[in-house]
Design a protein around this ligand. Structure first.
Ligand SMILES: [Zn+2]
Length: 273
């Protein structure tokens, strides 16, 4: 199978594993504002895992999430896979890294109130992450610039999670405002034979406008981040020649892989790494 199709088909493997693999779920989030993680406040920014284990205990970390460290762990596996030019491992870890990086750009993956359950806003997770992109994603401009080298992936992961976390108040506040203006805006919709309550399109458009481009911006930033980390892992592995394992093409491999994210990229770029 061509690598682009493979990546596309396996981009959500990490989510599937949540139900079968012990300790998979906490790899997808960090409940940064959980009172139990106040222990992290005593450490410098972007703490190492070993420091956090000492300050917070391993059980606490795995209860409230390890997403920023997971990005570094999966990145390390991808570097090793590139280093040994192991095609299957490269694809597997690239897909997982893309998934975790995308999760790190979702504000509700960085808070204990991940589904609005503590503020009477239940269901907001799927609205932000699934419903809004489904309704408006087609109009987003997802052309991003070239991949850039990230020299400190650990710091990058923490900065990314911090930036997403800073958006949480706006995610919640705009939901309140949309609901204040239009009620809960719920409609019954049938999906796969099941009736679900979903926010109607008028409500969604008010919420989406209130977010002022946030979903699109986060999506674009995630794409840029994924491509940059893939590229950086290949550089860190010593820029191995991948021609023997991947089909030759005029465009670089990481650019083709971005297609799995449905990204329209500019062609004819002059700066090809
Ligand atoms: Zn996930």
């Amino acid at each position: 199978m061509h690598e682009v199709e493979w990546l596309s088909a396996h981009a959500t493997d990490a989510d599937m594993r949540k139900h079968t693999v012990e300790r998979e779920a906490p790899r997808h989030y960090l409940d940064w504002d959980a009172p139990a993680l106040a222990c992290l406040d005593t450490l410098k920014a972007a703490p190492w895992y070993s420091q956090a284990v000492t300050a917070c205990s391993e059980d606490t970390l795995w209860e409230y999430g390890v997403l920023p460290w997971q990005i570094g762990w999966t990145y390390g596996k991808l570097v090793a896979a590139f280093d040994s030019i192991d095609r299957d491992a490269i694809l597997r870890h690239a897909a997982d890294l893309g998934h975790y990086v995308a999760d790190a750009h979702v504000p509700l993956h960085t808070t204990l109130n991940y589904n609005g359950q503590w503020t009477g806003q239940d269901g907001i997770h799927a609205v932000w992450e699934t419903r809004l992109p489904a309704l408006y994603g087609g109009g987003y401009g997802l052309v991003v610039g070239d991949a850039g080298y990230v020299d400190d992936v650990h710091a990058w992961a923490w900065k990314t999670v911090a930036q997403s976390h800073s958006l949480v108040p706006q995610v919640l506040q705009q939901e309140r405002m949309a609901t204040a203006a239009h009620g809960e805006g719920l409609v019954r919709e049938e999906r796969g034979g099941r009736v679900q309550l979903q926010q109607n399109e008028v409500w969604c458009s008010v919420y989406h406008d209130g977010l002022d481009g946030m979903v699109e911006t986060q999506w674009r930033t995630a794409i840029q981040g994924v491509s940059s980390l893939w590229y950086s892992a290949w550089v860190d592995a010593g820029q191995p020649d991948l021609m023997e394992v991947f089909a030759p093409s005029r465009s670089p491999w990481w650019r083709r892989w971005l297609q799995w994210l449905g990204v329209g990229l500019p062609t004819g770029s002059s700066r090809v790494p």
